[in-house]
Write a protein that binds this ligand. Structure first.
Ligand code: DQA
Length: 150
């Protein structure tokens, strides 16, 4: 079965209580449950991971490169700072969709820069947690179009 890793970066474990006016009321468990359910519908196994640690996120991206067909990544604040995470995506060359719950371009200027934008297939932002589900639908469609292979 095709596999998709969904990777959540720092502070996304606090979804539901963290600035709900920006990030909404759903918890990370809610988001991951919705992704797993949609994956079952689409015939895709979804592996959800979260870390507050940059090095662990690098290792997760490397693991995705070995065992997954697609990566859906919300690297949160590291998006705006991390050359290491950009290098990891580039190194493993896994098709990646960048997701942000909020519209980073409508927020502070320091959120406008994404180090990973140049190495991802596409970006979904500002659509709330629904953006993850849209990303998963896209990944499933692309995987199916390639006959289940990368
Ligand atoms: C975020 C946007 C980032 O700027 C911020 O640091 C986050 C969450 C989002 O999903 O909207 O932690 O990635």
């Amino acid at each position: 079965m095709a596999r998709v890793m969904v990777l959540h970066g720092p502070n996304l474990n606090l979804l539901g209580t963290r600035e709900p006016e920006i990030y909404g009321a759903e918890t990370l468990e809610d988001v991951n449950a919705a992704l797993t359910a949609l994956g079952a519908e689409l015939g895709v196994e979804v592996e959800c991971r979260q870390s507050n640690d940059e090095g662990e996120l690098v290792s997760a991206i490397q693991a995705a490169g070995k065992s997954c067909d697609y990566l859906i990544a919300n690297l949160a604040a590291y998006t705006h700072t991390s050359i290491a995470l950009m290098d990891a995506i580039k190194a493993v060359a896994i098709p990646t969709i960048e997701v942000h719950i909020s519209n980073t371009h409508a927020r502070e200027e320091y959120r406008h820069k994404s180090y990973i934008a140049p190495v991802v297939e596409g970006r979904i932002e500002g659509l709330g947690t629904h953006g993850y589900l849209l990303a998963l639908r896209h990944a499933a469609r692309k995987i199916a179009a390639k006959g289940g292979k990368r």
